[in-house]
Design a protein around this ligand. Sequence first.
Ligand code: GLU
Length: 422
Amino acid sequence: MNDNPWTRAMKQLENAASKFSVEPLLLARLKNPDRVIEVSVPIKMDDGSVGMYQGFRVQHNNDRGPYKGGLRYHPHVDMDEVKALSFWMTMKNAVIDVPFGGGKGGVSVDPKKLSEAELERLTREFARKLFPFIGPNIDVPAPDVNTNAKIMQWILEEYSKQKGEETLAVVTGKPLERGGSEGRTEATGLGGCFALLALLRATGRNPKGLTVAIQGIGNVGSYLAQYLHDEGLSVVALSDSKGGIYVPAGINNIQDVLTCKEEKGSVETCYCVGSVCDLNNKEKLGARDITPQEILELPVDIVVPAALENAITKDNVDKIKASIILEMANGPTTLDADEVLNKRGVMVIPDILANSGGVAVSYFEWYQNMHKENWDKKDVFDKLREKMDRAFDEVYKASKEFGVSLREAAYITALRRLSSGN
Ligand code: GLU
C-alpha cells in the first residue's frame, strides 16, 4: 500500500491538511488532477518492426500558472506514478514560489534498449501526441529521469512544426544554443547543495568534513557530488543502478570518477588515483565496492537518495545511520520509513524542497524565452541561491511554528501559497 506513490502522496497531503486548515474545495481539487492524458506511441524500430509504447501526461493543477514538470522515460512509468509526481510538482512549484502549477509525464520504455534513432522517433511521436495539450501558457515539459536537453530539442522542433512557428518556451531544459538557459543542467544539483548548506547554517553545523553518500549519479547526483565536494564536504560513496564505490577517506577527484563512469557505463571499479581509474587502486585507497542498497546504510553524516522512488523503506530504514537525508529523487522515502526517521530525529530535507532548484531554473529559462532575454550563469546561480534560501527559511520557520518535520512544513508552506492564491 505504501509503495503506491499516489496513495502516499495523498496521505502526505492529508497529514499536512490536518495541521493547517485547507478549504475543502482546494483539498478536493488537489486530490483530483485536472486532467490525465494517455497516448499511444507507436514507432518504427531499426529492424523494421513496430514498437508500441504508452505515453502519459498528468496536468495536476494550474491555479498558480501553467502546468510544469518533467517527462521521464522508464519501464516503470505508469499512471499512478505520474499522477503522484504531478501532484508533487504542484507542491514543489508552490514551495519554491515559481508561477507554475504542476504536471508530469513520461513514456513506459527502457531507453537503454533503444538506439539513438529509435529514441528520436519515440520522442517526436510522443511530442506530436502531446501537441494539443501543451504550450508556453498551458503546460511546459522539462527533463526528468532518462531525458535530457537533446530530447527537449526534439519536442521543441515537433511542437514548432505543428504550430507553424518556433516556440522556445514550450519546453525547458533545452540545449543552450536552442533557447536553453545557462545553469539549467547544473541547477537541481546546485539547488540541493544550497538547501543542505541552509539546513547546516540553521542548525549550527559546519559543512567542512561532513561525510556524504550519494545513491544515483545521473545529472542530479553528479553535479551535487561536485558542488558538495567544492564546499568542503567529504563525498565518500557514489553509486549508479549497477553498483558503487565506497572510499572512506573521501573521493577527491569527483570529475575523474564521473568521466570514468561515462566511459565504462558504470561507476563500479572507478577507483581513481590521479586520473588513472581502475580496480587496482581499490586497495591503495582503502576502498571497497558497494551496492546501491548498501550505500544508504553507510556510517555517514548525510545520505542522498538521488535515483528513484522507494529507496528508503521499512525494510532498510533501521539500518540508516545518517543524521541528515537530502532527498534529491522525487518520492524516495515511503510513509512508514518517514515516520521512523521522524521519531529518530533524522532531519529529512524533503524532495519538494531539496530538488526544486531544477524547476526554479526552468522558470528562469521560460522567463528568458518569453522576454527574449539571456542571463549569464552567475546571474542564474545568484537568483537560484536566493530562491532556495528563501524557500528553505520559510519551510524551516513553518516547521518551528507548527512543531512538524521539514516535509510537513514544506507541504504547509505550499498549501499556504495555494490557499492565498499567490
Ligand atoms: N523534472 C524536474 C523535477 O522533478 C524538473 C521539472 C521542470 O523543470 O519543469 O522537478
